[in-house]
Design a protein around this ligand. Sequence first.
Ligand SMILES: NC(=O)c1ccc[n+]([C@@H]2O[C@H](COP(=O)([O-])OP(=O)(O)OC[C@H]3O[C@@H](n4cnc5c(N)ncnc54)[C@H](O)[C@@H]3O)[C@@H](O)[C@H]2O)c1
Ligand SMILES: [Zn+2]
Ligand SMILES: [Zn+2]
Length: 401
Amino acid sequence: MKAVSYEGTHKMAVTNHPKPKLSSPTDAILRVTTSGICGSDLHMYDGRTELKEGTVVGHEIMGVIEDVGEAVASIKKGDRVVLPFNIACGYCFNCHRGYTSACLTMNPDAPSAAYGYAGMGPYQGGQAEIVLVPHADFNCLKLPGKPGDEWEDDFLLLADVFPTGYHATELACVSPGKTVAVFGAGPVGLLSAYSALLKGASEVYVVDNIPERLEKAEELGAVPVDFSKGDPVEQIFKLRKKNKDLQQSMRPGEEKMQGVDCAIDAVGYQARDDKNPSKENPTQALENALKVVNPTGSVGVIGVYIAPDPGAKDKQQKEGVFDFPLAAFFEKGLTIGTGQAPVKKYNEYLRDLIISGRAKPSKIVSHHIQIDEAPEAYKKFDQRIDGYTKVLIRFGDKKAA
Ligand SMILES: NC(=O)c1ccc[n+]([C@@H]2O[C@H](COP(=O)([O-])OP(=O)(O)OC[C@H]3O[C@@H](n4cnc5c(N)ncnc54)[C@H](O)[C@@H]3O)[C@@H](O)[C@H]2O)c1
Ligand SMILES: [Zn+2]
Ligand SMILES: [Zn+2]
Protein backbone atom coordinates (compact mmCIF):
# COMPACT_ATOMS: atom_id res chain seq x y z
CA MET A 1 0.00 0.00 0.00
CA LYS A 2 1.05 3.61 -0.54
CA ALA A 3 1.89 5.86 2.40
CA VAL A 4 3.61 9.18 3.14
CA SER A 5 6.84 8.74 5.10
CA TYR A 6 9.33 11.11 6.71
CA GLU A 7 12.75 10.74 5.08
CA GLY A 8 14.68 13.60 6.77
CA THR A 9 14.30 17.37 7.15
CA HIS A 10 12.07 18.79 4.40
CA LYS A 11 11.77 15.36 2.80
CA MET A 12 8.46 13.54 2.68
CA ALA A 13 8.14 10.65 0.22
CA VAL A 14 5.36 8.43 -1.05
CA THR A 15 6.59 4.90 -0.35
CA ASN A 16 5.29 1.33 -0.47
CA HIS A 17 4.57 -0.56 2.74
CA PRO A 18 3.03 -3.90 3.66
CA LYS A 19 -0.65 -3.67 4.56
CA PRO A 20 -1.13 -3.65 8.36
CA LYS A 21 -2.77 -6.78 9.79
CA LEU A 22 -4.94 -7.30 12.87
CA SER A 23 -2.55 -7.89 15.75
CA SER A 24 -4.98 -8.05 18.68
CA PRO A 25 -8.65 -9.09 19.01
CA THR A 26 -9.55 -5.47 19.87
CA ASP A 27 -8.02 -4.00 16.66
CA ALA A 28 -9.70 -2.92 13.45
CA ILE A 29 -8.35 -2.31 9.96
CA LEU A 30 -9.46 0.93 8.33
CA ARG A 31 -9.42 1.72 4.62
CA VAL A 32 -8.70 5.44 4.56
CA THR A 33 -10.87 7.72 2.41
CA THR A 34 -9.42 11.08 3.54
CA SER A 35 -6.41 12.06 5.63
CA GLY A 36 -5.32 15.56 6.65
CA ILE A 37 -1.91 17.23 6.73
CA CYS A 38 -1.63 19.05 10.07
CA GLY A 39 0.46 22.01 11.24
CA SER A 40 1.84 19.51 13.77
CA ASP A 41 3.23 17.44 10.87
CA LEU A 42 5.26 20.49 9.86
CA HIS A 43 7.24 20.37 13.13
CA MET A 44 8.43 16.91 12.02
CA TYR A 45 8.89 17.98 8.38
CA ASP A 46 11.05 20.92 9.53
CA GLY A 47 13.31 18.56 11.50
CA ARG A 48 12.14 20.04 14.79
CA THR A 49 11.41 16.69 16.44
CA GLU A 50 13.36 13.48 16.91
CA LEU A 51 11.48 11.36 14.37
CA LYS A 52 12.98 8.20 12.93
CA GLU A 53 13.41 8.32 9.17
CA GLY A 54 11.01 6.02 7.35
CA THR A 55 8.13 6.67 9.78
CA VAL A 56 4.71 6.78 8.12
CA VAL A 57 3.07 10.04 9.23
CA GLY A 58 -0.50 11.36 9.48
CA HIS A 59 -2.88 11.51 12.45
CA GLU A 60 -6.07 12.94 10.91
CA ILE A 61 -7.79 9.84 9.60
CA MET A 62 -11.23 8.75 8.42
CA GLY A 63 -12.47 5.92 6.28
CA VAL A 64 -14.41 2.69 6.11
CA ILE A 65 -13.78 -0.34 8.35
CA GLU A 66 -12.40 -3.28 6.39
CA ASP A 67 -11.96 -5.85 9.15
CA VAL A 68 -12.34 -6.16 12.92
CA GLY A 69 -10.80 -8.41 15.58
CA GLU A 70 -13.05 -10.94 17.29
CA ALA A 71 -13.39 -8.88 20.51
CA VAL A 72 -14.66 -5.74 18.74
CA ALA A 73 -18.33 -5.34 19.63
CA SER A 74 -19.65 -2.02 18.32
CA ILE A 75 -17.88 -1.54 14.99
CA LYS A 76 -18.20 -3.74 11.93
CA LYS A 77 -16.96 -4.06 8.37
CA GLY A 78 -18.41 -1.29 6.20
CA ASP A 79 -18.84 1.27 9.02
CA ARG A 80 -17.76 4.83 8.22
CA VAL A 81 -15.64 6.21 11.05
CA VAL A 82 -13.23 8.99 12.02
CA LEU A 83 -10.40 8.43 14.53
CA PRO A 84 -9.30 10.86 17.25
CA PHE A 85 -5.59 11.61 16.70
CA ASN A 86 -5.03 10.40 20.30
CA ILE A 87 -4.77 6.63 20.57
CA ALA A 88 -6.28 5.64 23.90
CA CYS A 89 -7.04 2.40 25.74
CA GLY A 90 -10.26 3.48 27.46
CA TYR A 91 -9.48 1.69 30.74
CA CYS A 92 -6.46 3.44 32.32
CA PHE A 93 -6.74 6.02 35.12
CA ASN A 94 -6.54 8.98 32.72
CA CYS A 95 -8.79 7.59 29.97
CA HIS A 96 -11.35 6.78 32.62
CA ARG A 97 -11.46 10.43 33.65
CA GLY A 98 -11.75 11.64 30.04
CA TYR A 99 -8.08 12.54 29.55
CA THR A 100 -7.52 10.37 26.48
CA SER A 101 -4.71 12.77 25.52
CA ALA A 102 -2.74 11.35 28.47
CA CYS A 103 -3.49 7.63 28.08
CA LEU A 104 -1.13 5.71 30.34
CA THR A 105 -0.97 2.37 28.56
CA MET A 106 -0.59 2.99 24.82
CA ASN A 107 2.87 4.57 24.74
CA PRO A 108 5.69 2.92 26.69
CA ASP A 109 7.70 6.19 26.79
CA ALA A 110 5.19 8.87 27.81
CA PRO A 111 1.58 9.47 28.80
CA SER A 112 -0.11 9.96 25.38
CA ALA A 113 -0.08 8.18 22.05
CA ALA A 114 -0.96 9.13 18.48
CA TYR A 115 -0.75 7.84 14.91
CA GLY A 116 2.51 8.59 13.07
CA TYR A 117 3.96 11.17 15.44
CA ALA A 118 7.35 11.77 17.08
CA GLY A 119 7.44 10.63 20.70
CA MET A 120 3.86 9.32 20.59
CA GLY A 121 4.44 5.59 20.47
CA PRO A 122 5.11 2.97 17.81
CA TYR A 123 2.01 3.56 15.67
CA GLN A 124 1.95 3.86 11.90
CA GLY A 125 0.41 7.06 10.56
CA GLY A 126 -2.71 7.47 8.50
CA GLN A 127 -1.48 9.34 5.43
CA ALA A 128 -1.73 5.85 4.03
CA GLU A 129 -4.23 3.70 2.17
CA ILE A 130 -4.80 1.48 5.20
CA VAL A 131 -4.27 1.94 8.93
CA LEU A 132 -4.46 -0.28 12.01
CA VAL A 133 -6.82 1.02 14.72
CA PRO A 134 -6.01 -0.18 18.26
CA HIS A 135 -8.94 -0.57 20.70
CA ALA A 136 -11.42 0.03 17.87
CA ASP A 137 -14.52 0.12 20.09
CA PHE A 138 -13.08 3.05 22.03
CA ASN A 139 -11.26 4.92 19.25
CA CYS A 140 -13.71 4.86 16.33
CA LEU A 141 -16.39 7.53 16.06
CA LYS A 142 -19.24 6.31 13.87
CA LEU A 143 -20.42 8.58 11.07
CA PRO A 144 -23.54 8.71 8.94
CA GLY A 145 -23.52 9.13 5.17
CA LYS A 146 -21.21 7.73 2.50
CA PRO A 147 -17.57 8.35 1.53
CA GLY A 148 -17.24 11.46 -0.63
CA ASP A 149 -20.53 13.03 0.49
CA GLU A 150 -20.99 16.68 1.48
CA TRP A 151 -19.75 15.91 5.04
CA GLU A 152 -16.48 14.15 4.13
CA ASP A 153 -14.27 17.19 4.87
CA ASP A 154 -16.25 18.29 7.95
CA PHE A 155 -16.02 14.81 9.47
CA LEU A 156 -12.29 14.54 8.72
CA LEU A 157 -11.72 17.69 10.76
CA LEU A 158 -13.19 15.83 13.78
CA ALA A 159 -9.94 13.82 13.95
CA ASP A 160 -8.01 16.81 15.24
CA VAL A 161 -8.38 20.48 14.40
CA PHE A 162 -12.09 21.05 15.15
CA PRO A 163 -12.05 19.37 18.60
CA THR A 164 -8.58 20.86 19.17
CA GLY A 165 -9.84 24.37 18.40
CA TYR A 166 -12.82 23.72 20.66
CA HIS A 167 -10.52 22.47 23.42
CA ALA A 168 -8.49 25.69 23.09
CA THR A 169 -11.65 27.63 23.94
CA GLU A 170 -12.18 25.39 26.99
CA LEU A 171 -8.58 25.99 28.13
CA ALA A 172 -9.13 29.73 27.67
CA CYS A 173 -12.49 29.58 29.52
CA VAL A 174 -14.50 31.04 26.61
CA SER A 175 -18.22 31.37 27.34
CA PRO A 176 -21.12 33.47 25.93
CA GLY A 177 -20.41 37.20 25.74
CA LYS A 178 -16.67 36.96 26.42
CA THR A 179 -14.02 38.63 24.27
CA VAL A 180 -11.33 36.48 22.68
CA ALA A 181 -7.98 36.94 20.91
CA VAL A 182 -6.51 34.06 18.92
CA PHE A 183 -2.86 34.09 17.83
CA GLY A 184 -2.32 32.08 14.64
CA ALA A 185 -4.75 31.71 11.73
CA GLY A 186 -3.71 28.22 10.75
CA PRO A 187 -6.40 25.52 10.88
CA VAL A 188 -6.20 25.31 14.68
CA GLY A 189 -6.42 29.08 15.20
CA LEU A 190 -9.25 29.42 12.68
CA LEU A 191 -11.27 26.66 14.30
CA SER A 192 -10.53 28.03 17.78
CA ALA A 193 -12.06 31.31 16.59
CA TYR A 194 -14.96 29.43 14.99
CA SER A 195 -15.56 27.47 18.21
CA ALA A 196 -15.47 30.68 20.25
CA LEU A 197 -18.13 32.14 17.95
CA LEU A 198 -20.22 28.94 18.19
CA LYS A 199 -20.05 29.33 21.97
CA GLY A 200 -21.37 32.90 21.69
CA ALA A 201 -18.26 35.01 22.26
CA SER A 202 -19.02 38.69 21.71
CA GLU A 203 -15.76 39.68 19.98
CA VAL A 204 -13.14 37.40 18.42
CA TYR A 205 -9.83 38.73 17.06
CA VAL A 206 -7.46 36.56 14.99
CA VAL A 207 -3.80 37.51 14.57
CA ASP A 208 -1.50 36.35 11.73
CA ASN A 209 0.41 37.92 8.82
CA ILE A 210 -0.79 35.69 5.98
CA PRO A 211 -3.46 37.47 3.92
CA GLU A 212 -5.42 34.38 2.77
CA ARG A 213 -5.62 33.07 6.33
CA LEU A 214 -6.74 36.44 7.71
CA GLU A 215 -9.41 36.55 5.01
CA LYS A 216 -10.64 33.13 6.16
CA ALA A 217 -10.81 34.43 9.74
CA GLU A 218 -12.99 37.31 8.59
CA GLU A 219 -15.18 34.97 6.56
CA LEU A 220 -15.80 32.95 9.73
CA GLY A 221 -16.95 36.09 11.58
CA ALA A 222 -13.75 37.11 13.42
CA VAL A 223 -11.87 40.42 13.25
CA PRO A 224 -8.55 39.91 11.42
CA VAL A 225 -5.40 41.54 12.87
CA ASP A 226 -2.29 41.63 10.67
CA PHE A 227 0.86 41.68 12.81
CA SER A 228 2.94 42.98 9.90
CA LYS A 229 0.98 46.27 10.31
CA GLY A 230 2.14 46.89 13.90
CA ASP A 231 2.09 45.39 17.38
CA PRO A 232 -0.97 43.10 17.36
CA VAL A 233 -1.70 43.64 21.07
CA GLU A 234 -1.82 47.43 20.59
CA GLN A 235 -4.00 46.92 17.50
CA ILE A 236 -6.52 44.91 19.54
CA PHE A 237 -6.53 47.55 22.34
CA LYS A 238 -7.27 50.20 19.70
CA LEU A 239 -10.00 48.21 17.99
CA ARG A 240 -11.73 47.67 21.34
CA LYS A 241 -11.46 51.38 22.18
CA LYS A 242 -13.21 52.31 18.94
CA ASN A 243 -16.42 50.66 20.16
CA LYS A 244 -18.20 53.76 21.52
CA ASP A 245 -21.19 51.85 22.95
CA LEU A 246 -18.87 49.67 24.96
CA GLN A 247 -16.86 52.65 26.19
CA GLN A 248 -20.09 54.38 27.31
CA SER A 249 -21.21 51.47 29.44
CA MET A 250 -17.98 51.00 31.40
CA ARG A 251 -17.75 50.98 35.19
CA PRO A 252 -15.18 53.19 36.99
CA GLY A 253 -11.63 52.03 36.27
CA GLU A 254 -12.72 49.66 33.52
CA GLU A 255 -10.48 51.43 31.04
CA LYS A 256 -7.72 49.32 32.60
CA MET A 257 -9.44 46.31 31.04
CA GLN A 258 -8.55 47.35 27.50
CA GLY A 259 -7.71 43.81 26.40
CA VAL A 260 -9.80 40.64 26.18
CA ASP A 261 -11.11 38.02 28.61
CA CYS A 262 -9.58 35.04 26.83
CA ALA A 263 -6.47 34.54 24.71
CA ILE A 264 -5.38 31.51 22.71
CA ASP A 265 -1.86 30.69 21.51
CA ALA A 266 -2.50 28.63 18.37
CA VAL A 267 1.05 29.02 17.07
CA GLY A 268 3.49 27.21 19.38
CA TYR A 269 7.29 27.03 19.47
CA GLN A 270 7.92 27.82 15.80
CA ALA A 271 6.36 31.29 16.16
CA ARG A 272 7.69 34.12 14.00
CA ASP A 273 8.96 37.31 15.52
CA ASP A 274 6.30 40.04 15.09
CA LYS A 275 8.78 42.72 14.15
CA ASN A 276 11.00 40.55 12.01
CA PRO A 277 8.96 37.61 10.66
CA SER A 278 11.97 36.10 8.90
CA LYS A 279 13.24 35.27 12.40
CA GLU A 280 11.83 32.71 14.82
CA ASN A 281 10.79 33.81 18.31
CA PRO A 282 9.47 30.71 20.11
CA THR A 283 7.59 32.59 22.85
CA GLN A 284 6.20 35.44 20.71
CA ALA A 285 2.60 34.20 20.54
CA LEU A 286 2.52 33.19 24.21
CA GLU A 287 3.93 36.55 25.32
CA ASN A 288 1.36 38.40 23.23
CA ALA A 289 -1.42 36.24 24.65
CA LEU A 290 -0.32 37.12 28.19
CA LYS A 291 -0.23 40.82 27.29
CA VAL A 292 -3.56 41.06 25.52
CA VAL A 293 -5.54 39.27 28.19
CA ASN A 294 -7.14 41.38 30.94
CA PRO A 295 -6.38 40.92 34.64
CA THR A 296 -8.23 37.76 35.89
CA GLY A 297 -8.44 36.43 32.32
CA SER A 298 -7.48 33.04 30.90
CA VAL A 299 -4.93 31.82 28.38
CA GLY A 300 -5.17 28.59 26.39
CA VAL A 301 -1.92 27.25 24.96
CA ILE A 302 -2.93 24.86 22.19
CA GLY A 303 0.06 25.49 19.88
CA VAL A 304 2.68 22.90 20.79
CA TYR A 305 6.02 23.26 22.56
CA ILE A 306 8.15 20.17 21.88
CA ALA A 307 11.46 18.94 23.29
CA PRO A 308 13.95 17.68 22.39
CA ASP A 309 14.09 20.15 19.49
CA PRO A 310 17.13 19.41 17.31
CA GLY A 311 16.58 22.66 15.35
CA ALA A 312 16.48 25.09 18.32
CA LYS A 313 19.04 27.86 18.53
CA ASP A 314 20.69 27.05 21.89
CA LYS A 315 21.08 24.25 24.42
CA GLN A 316 18.33 25.55 26.71
CA GLN A 317 15.78 25.88 23.91
CA LYS A 318 16.72 22.43 22.55
CA GLU A 319 15.43 21.14 25.89
CA GLY A 320 12.28 23.27 25.59
CA VAL A 321 13.26 25.76 28.32
CA PHE A 322 12.22 29.39 27.68
CA ASP A 323 12.01 32.65 29.61
CA PHE A 324 8.52 33.30 30.91
CA PRO A 325 7.20 36.64 32.33
CA LEU A 326 6.02 35.00 35.54
CA ALA A 327 5.56 38.21 37.56
CA ALA A 328 3.19 39.74 34.98
CA PHE A 329 1.34 36.45 34.83
CA PHE A 330 0.93 36.35 38.62
CA GLU A 331 0.12 40.05 39.02
CA LYS A 332 -2.74 39.73 36.55
CA GLY A 333 -4.07 36.64 38.30
CA LEU A 334 -4.27 34.69 35.06
CA THR A 335 -5.37 31.11 34.50
CA ILE A 336 -3.45 29.08 31.95
CA GLY A 337 -4.29 25.78 30.28
CA THR A 338 -2.01 23.73 28.04
CA GLY A 339 -1.57 20.40 26.32
CA GLN A 340 -2.83 18.00 23.69
CA ALA A 341 -6.55 18.05 23.06
CA PRO A 342 -8.51 15.04 24.38
CA VAL A 343 -10.42 14.76 21.08
CA LYS A 344 -12.83 12.09 22.31
CA LYS A 345 -14.25 14.48 24.90
CA TYR A 346 -15.78 16.63 22.14
CA ASN A 347 -15.90 14.75 18.83
CA GLU A 348 -19.34 13.20 19.28
CA TYR A 349 -21.12 16.47 20.02
CA LEU A 350 -19.18 18.39 17.36
CA ARG A 351 -20.18 15.67 14.84
CA ASP A 352 -23.80 16.28 15.78
CA LEU A 353 -23.39 20.03 15.24
CA ILE A 354 -22.18 19.18 11.73
CA ILE A 355 -25.08 16.79 11.09
CA SER A 356 -27.63 19.36 12.26
CA GLY A 357 -26.08 21.97 9.96
CA ARG A 358 -25.05 24.25 12.85
CA ALA A 359 -21.33 23.88 12.12
CA LYS A 360 -19.40 23.72 8.84
CA PRO A 361 -15.71 23.54 9.82
CA SER A 362 -14.70 22.51 6.27
CA LYS A 363 -14.87 26.20 5.31
CA ILE A 364 -11.16 26.26 6.21
CA VAL A 365 -10.15 23.49 3.77
CA SER A 366 -8.06 24.96 0.96
CA HIS A 367 -6.79 21.99 -1.07
CA HIS A 368 -7.64 18.39 -1.97
CA ILE A 369 -4.84 16.26 -3.35
CA GLN A 370 -4.03 12.66 -4.27
CA ILE A 371 -1.32 10.92 -2.23
CA ASP A 372 1.36 11.31 -4.94
CA GLU A 373 1.07 15.10 -4.57
CA ALA A 374 1.79 15.00 -0.82
CA PRO A 375 5.54 15.90 -0.94
CA GLU A 376 4.77 19.03 -2.98
CA ALA A 377 1.81 19.93 -0.73
CA TYR A 378 4.01 19.66 2.38
CA LYS A 379 6.45 22.08 0.78
CA LYS A 380 3.81 24.68 -0.06
CA PHE A 381 1.97 24.29 3.26
CA ASP A 382 5.28 24.69 5.11
CA GLN A 383 6.09 27.86 3.16
CA ARG A 384 2.47 28.99 3.59
CA ILE A 385 2.26 29.98 -0.06
CA ASP A 386 -0.44 29.74 -2.76
CA GLY A 387 -3.16 29.76 -0.11
CA TYR A 388 -2.15 26.34 1.33
CA THR A 389 -4.05 26.41 4.65
CA LYS A 390 -5.64 22.98 5.12
CA VAL A 391 -4.70 20.18 2.75
CA LEU A 392 -6.67 16.93 2.61
CA ILE A 393 -5.41 13.78 0.90
CA ARG A 394 -8.11 11.78 -0.90
CA PHE A 395 -7.68 8.06 -1.42
CA GLY A 396 -9.10 5.62 -3.92
CA ASP A 397 -11.52 6.48 -6.65
CA LYS A 398 -11.54 10.28 -7.01
CA LYS A 399 -15.31 10.31 -7.36
CA ALA A 400 -16.04 7.92 -4.49
CA ALA A 401 -13.87 9.78 -1.99
N1 LIG B 1 -2.57 20.79 21.38
C1 LIG B 1 -3.02 20.00 20.42
O1 LIG B 1 -3.70 19.00 20.68
C2 LIG B 1 -2.73 20.34 18.99
C3 LIG B 1 -3.39 19.66 17.95
C4 LIG B 1 -3.12 20.05 16.63
C5 LIG B 1 -2.21 21.05 16.38
N2 LIG B 1 -1.55 21.66 17.40
C6 LIG B 1 -0.56 22.72 17.20
O2 LIG B 1 -1.23 23.95 16.97
C7 LIG B 1 -0.34 24.81 16.24
C8 LIG B 1 -1.07 25.36 15.03
O3 LIG B 1 -1.43 24.31 14.15
P1 LIG B 1 -1.95 24.64 12.69
O4 LIG B 1 -2.33 23.36 12.03
O5 LIG B 1 -2.94 25.72 12.73
O6 LIG B 1 -0.55 25.11 12.07
P2 LIG B 1 -0.05 26.23 11.06
O7 LIG B 1 1.41 26.09 11.09
O8 LIG B 1 -0.76 26.08 9.77
O9 LIG B 1 -0.49 27.61 11.72
C9 LIG B 1 0.32 28.41 12.49
C10 LIG B 1 0.02 29.86 12.11
O10 LIG B 1 0.68 30.73 13.04
C11 LIG B 1 1.10 31.87 12.33
N3 LIG B 1 2.12 32.59 13.12
C12 LIG B 1 3.46 32.40 13.19
N4 LIG B 1 4.00 33.28 14.07
C13 LIG B 1 2.98 34.03 14.56
C14 LIG B 1 2.90 35.08 15.50
N5 LIG B 1 3.99 35.56 16.11
N6 LIG B 1 1.67 35.63 15.78
C15 LIG B 1 0.55 35.16 15.16
N7 LIG B 1 0.58 34.16 14.25
C16 LIG B 1 1.77 33.60 13.96
C17 LIG B 1 1.59 31.32 11.01
O11 LIG B 1 1.67 32.31 10.01
C18 LIG B 1 0.53 30.25 10.73
O12 LIG B 1 -0.54 30.75 9.95
C19 LIG B 1 0.88 23.97 15.90
O13 LIG B 1 1.88 24.18 16.88
C20 LIG B 1 0.35 22.56 16.01
O14 LIG B 1 1.38 21.63 16.28
C21 LIG B 1 -1.81 21.30 18.68
ZN1 LIG C 1 -2.68 17.51 14.28
ZN1 LIG D 1 -5.76 4.87 28.58
